[in-house]
Design a protein around this ligand. Structure first.
Ligand code: PMP
Length: 393
């Protein structure tokens, strides 16, 4: 009583219980989390420096190596979302003043260009409109011209729904003494990607898409070539938190006998991530890719049957996890999304960055990826198309 009379009263919202409704998360992420992963994240926490925790982190490392198809020792999970991995990759690999080449065909290239610019890199860009992609010849030409130390490419462009070809890009980069950084946040587990075979130097993903863990952790891996560059730099990376000399020790990757406290990792997030990687290992990567493709094809056919146009024309370039639909003429896309959320408790989304106003996006990833959910998504969209007809766009 004495405290309340002198200080602030507890705000009334804090005296109400937490409200978090059930939603069908059929957007580009986060996606619904299976009970098994939620249960893993809900286990009593242990200390982040306990030997059992190090054992769990070692398992996570193995799970990521499988998911990425890599034998890289420098494999770990970031304490943070996909953006943390983006910054970690750029901050550790690039020194101020060095040249970076970024492929921009949606928002993710834009973001990486900004991250690199902020840390003082000389940023060059290769730009296409959302939905576009780059040929290996275009990439090679730009590498020869700008001589970057790092080239960034988005594998699963979730803002446009495009899956970018990666074959041969790593070899071209290496010919020009450049490292290849690939974003697989929206594609990992849904579309084939083979880190070692495709000569990718740095690969990262997020926990909340096809892996179906809660948002907040982000697997990343560095090739030996990438390690050579980042551990022989003249300047320290701008971020202490994301400095790989510390993170490699925290993850037991630096060969030192002792792991030394750097930061407190998200213990519950790591439990959940381990469980989601276990599910992927049980399912098998190839089965997971095949399953995403089958469900996506079922969805694409249903959308075309509704008279809708898919934004990515070439089927081979469509991202199986996130489908983009050209906004149908005569409709207000925000009204369609609001109707579907209100009447069907389903989240779809509009575009992002340069694709805003161009597309609607439906994501069916991992646990959410099945024909029953695709049918539910199609029925909701069909209903919305009937109800929201003739609204002014
Ligand atoms: N890259 C891609 C391709 C993404 O789809 C996302 C998330 N939408 C990110 C990066 C960023 O991840 P996060 O939101 O977890 O920081």
């Amino acid at each position: 009583v004495a405290l309340c009379s002198r200080g602030q009263r507890p705000v009334s919202c804090m005296l109400r219980p937490l409200e978090a409704p059930f939603r069908y998360l059929f957007g580009p992420g986060p996606s619904n989390v299976p009970p098994r992963v939620l249960a893993a994240g809900g286990r009593p926490i242990i200390g982040h420096m306990h030997s059992e925790m190090f054992g769990i982190m070692n398992d996570i490392k193995k799970g990521i190596q499988y998911a990425f198809q890599t034998s890289n020792n420098m494999t770990l999970a970031m304490s943070g979302s996909g953006h943390t991995a983006m910054e970690c990759a750029v901050f550790n690999i690039v020194e101020p003043g060095e040249s970076v080449l970024v492929a921009i065909n949606g928002i993710w290239g834009e973001r990486v260009a900004e991250i690199a610019e902020r840390m003082g890199a000389k940023v060059h860009t290769l730009v296409k409109a959302p939905g576009g992609h780059f040929t290996n010849a275009e990439i090679e030409q730009a590498l020869a011209k700008h001589k970057p130390v790092l080239f960034f490419l988005t594998h699963g462009e979730s803002s446009s729904g495009l899956v970018h070809p990666v074959d041969g890009v790593g070899d071209i980069c290496h010919k020009y003494n450049c490292l290849l950084l690939v974003d697989s946040v929206a594609s990992l587990g849904a579309a084939p990607l083979l880190m070692d075979q495709q000569n990718i130097d740095i690969l990262y993903t997020g926990s909340q898409k096809a892996l179906n863990a809660p948002p907040g952790t982000a697997p990343i891996s560095f090739s030996e070539r990438a390690c050579h560059k980042m551990f022989n730099r003249k300047t320290k990376p701008v971020s202490y938190l994301l400095d790989m000399t510390h993170l490699s020790n925290y993850w037991g990757n630096d060969g030192k006998p002792q792991r030394i406290y750097h930061h407190t990792g998200p213990v519950s997030g790591f439990f959940a991530l381990r469980e989601s990687l276990a599910i992927l290992a049980e399912t098998g990567l190839e089965n997971s890719w095949k399953h995403h493709t089958e469900v996506a094809e079922y969805l694409w056919k249903g959308l075309e049957d509704l008279g809708l146009k898919l934004f990515i024309k070439d089927k081979d370039l469509r991202l199986p996890s996130v489908t983009t639909i050209a906004i149908p003429e005569g409709y207000n896309w925000k009204e369609l999304l609001a109707y579907i959320m209100k009447h069907h408790q389903i989240e779809f989304t509009g575009g992002l960055g340069p694709s805003v106003g161009m597309v609607l996006r439906i994501g069916l990833m991992g646990y959410n990826c099945n024909k029953a959910n695709a049918a539910m998504a199609l029925a909701a969209l069909e209903d919305a198309l009937k109800q929201c007809r003739k609204s002014k766009a």
